[in-house]
Design a protein around this ligand. Structure first.
Ligand SMILES: C[C@](O)(CO)[C@H](O)COP(=O)(O)OP(=O)(O)OC[C@H]1O[C@@H](n2ccc(N)nc2=O)[C@H](O)[C@@H]1O
Ligand SMILES: Nc1ncnc2c1ncn2[C@@H]1O[C@H](COP(=O)(O)OP(=O)(O)OP(=O)(O)O)[C@@H](O)[C@H]1O
Length: 288
């Protein structure tokens, strides 16, 4: 067994996102298709004795006690692990983008440390730990493009056509909780069915969080207008502020406007499976 691991933590985009209701605890019920992208953070893990956990500093955008450390601590406690780890996060994904970067870091941490520490938790057990860290973590653990319901825990794999996308991240980020608590948020979308999505995957539905996000962050509208002027049907991902559009074969987006300081415009391809898919056992009997 190796004493260190280097693992990727890919981003996701939500091809559509409908808010269908609200639970008694305030969390919102969603329907969405989550799709993995080839834009990623990288994490490095080294075994340390006596349960110590540490992480290299990654700058202001990520809190000191971030989702990597919190995921490690959650696994250590749940599995009774006696080992520790030193962790390095090479943060490449934009923060507060709606691309699930923090959740993906947490999922990759759970998968890597479950191997490094030989704690042997099953996928179902990791998903339960992950959901407490962030609503998107179970999706990343499962590792396939998926139709997702509930608050993120009901996951059904779906096929998404392979293709390229342009992603635009404005400099201003958006806080997920502020979007969900906004009084103007539409929370009553009718339940959709997978076959409706499958008939037209890149155009199905809408993002119900987009109108609120656009009001709180006009740069979201600016990004969508820029895509529309190129004939690209843009949509926001998650709670923003990044937006995306599918690209036709051979098509490239225009150069970003010169006034866009601090904006990111990036071409990506989708992934069929997460690079760490299969790292945790699907068999619950393997868990402790
Ligand atoms: C909107 C999505 O990006 C879709 O992928 C995610 O569901 C958001 O997931 P996330 O960033 O991991 O969000 P969390 O850290 O779990 O939640 C942040 C806050 O957003 C609100 N929240 C989040 C998810 C959800 N289904 N309903 C909510 O109301 C809650 O107030 C919560 O305290
Ligand atoms: N490893 C991490 N990477 C990024 N953000 C983190 C991390 N750990 C904790 N956070 C906190 O989580 C907040 C949101 O992170 P993230 O960038 O994942 O949001 P997001 O892109 O909107 O994701 P989502 O689509 O899940 O809403 C950040 O503002 C940051 O304070």
């Amino acid at each position: 067994m190796r004493a260190l691991y280097d693992v990727p933590a890919p981003a996701k985009i939500n091809l559509f996102l409908h808010v269908t209701g609200r639970r008694a605890d305030g969390y919102h019920l969603l329907q969405s298709v989550f799709m993995l992208l080839d834009w990623q953070d990288t994490l490095h893990f080294e075994l340390r004795p006596a349960g110590t956990l540490s992480r290299d500093d990654v700058g202001e955008a990520v809190p000191a006690d971030d989702l990597v450390l919190r995921a490690a601590r959650a696994l250590q406690t749940a599995a009774g692990a006696r080992d520790g780890a030193h962790m390095t996060l090479d943060k490449r994904l934009p923060v507060q983008a709606g691309m699930g970067g923090g959740s993906s870091d947490a999922a990759s941490t759970l998968l890597a440390l479950n191997r490094l520490w030989r704690t042997g938790l099953s996928l179902a057990q990791l998903e339960q730990l992950g959901l407490a860290l962030g609503a998107d973590v179970p999706f990343f653990l499962r590792g396939r493009n998926a139709w997702v319901e509930g608050i993120g825990e009901q996951i059904t794999p779906v096929d998404v056509p392979r293709g390229r996308f342009v992603v635009v991240k404005p400099p201003q980020g958006l806080d997920t909780a502020s979007i969900f608590r906004d009084a103007a948020l539409r929370r009553d979308s009718a339940a959709a069915i997978i076959s409706g999505f499958a008939a037209n995957p890149l155009r199905f539905g809408r993002n119900d969080l987009q109108p609120v996000a656009q009001r709180l962050c006009p740069q979201v509208g600016e990004a969508l207008d820029w895509l529309a002027r190129q004939g690209l049907p843009g949509r926001m991902t998650g709670s923003g502020s990044a937006v995306f559009a599918p690209l036709a074969p051979g098509q490239s987006p225009a150069a970003a406007p010169p006034s866009w300081h601090g904006w990111q415009v990036r071409e990506c391809s989708n992934l069929e499976v997460h690079p760490l898919a299969g790292w945790a056992s699907r068999d619950d009997s393997v868990g402790r």
